[in-house]
Design a protein around this ligand. Sequence first.
Ligand code: C2E
Ligand code: MG
Ligand code: MG
Ligand code: MG
Length: 280
Amino acid sequence: QAKRAGRNTIRFFDAEVRAAVAARIVMEADLRTALSEEQFRLVYQPQVDAEQRVIGAEALVRWDHPLQGEISPGEFIPVAESSGLILGLGRLVLSTACYQLAKWEKDASMAHLTLAVNVSTRQFRSVGFVDDLLTIIQETGAPRSRLKLELTETVLIEDLEEAAETITTLSRLGICVSLDDFGTGYSSLAYLKLLPLSQLKIDQSFVRDVLEDPAAAAIARSVVGLGKSLEVEVIAEGVETTAQLEFLSGIGCRLYQGYLFGRPTEVEALERLAGRLQGA
Ligand code: C2E
Ligand code: MG
Ligand code: MG
Ligand code: MG
């Protein structure tokens, strides 16, 4: 009987794997269509300073699937990466974001805003990434100094030397680089002083647990300390409660992003928030 159960388990597992593979193939095909039919859009989540003024935003991609509705990037970015479609999608995200930055630049009440854009490791490491970016910046007229690229530690783990070179090039061009999800990678800290980074972003998993878990609190505290000694800005993401905010402020973290200040929204809502909070 055990044998039969075992066989059934294997057959069940097999079917599940096959379904997952099929779903992936379908999603890849749908992604290809989505790129040519403009099913993607960007939403903008505010980033605030210690006085809770909106200093900028993070652009986050959304996919409005014609049949399945909104699909979260957590689901489709990995498929876009493994299929190579991330290169086209990444370019689309960058040009939309740069276009928005250029628009803000011409509006006195928005010209101070920075815009952070997520760049996947495969995109960052692709041939011609910097050249493509410069072309987009030139075509849109976006102010380079207000563009911030969010990279994850994977970029550094895969090829530190190459990453350092590209980050240095970007930094010389005046483009800011932020390390997203910081603390979740397994990279050594020694590299940090070699890189002209402008920001470390405390991962939301630590922020979430900061009040209950002493380890999370200790990690948040050390990222802030690291930022101070390396003279790199530190921002906390995923701030949801005033208690978390108070803790973060107490350890010297001065920049925040999270539902407490605003969810990712259409650009108009972000602009209203920026205008309103600026005057407050
Ligand atoms: P991320 O860059 O770390 O972005 C933060 C994620 O946390 C976003 O999820 C955001 O909506 C969510 N978030 C923000 N504040 C809070 C909060 O207070 N509480 C909680 N629970 N969550 C919060 P989202 O938009 O689903 O994006 C997930 C991930 O997908 C991003 O993580 C990023 O790695 C990736 N991603 C999103 N847009 C892009 C893109 O344009 N290009 C690439 N390559 N990756 C993207
Ligand atoms: Mg990010
Ligand atoms: Mg993050
Ligand atoms: Mg993340």
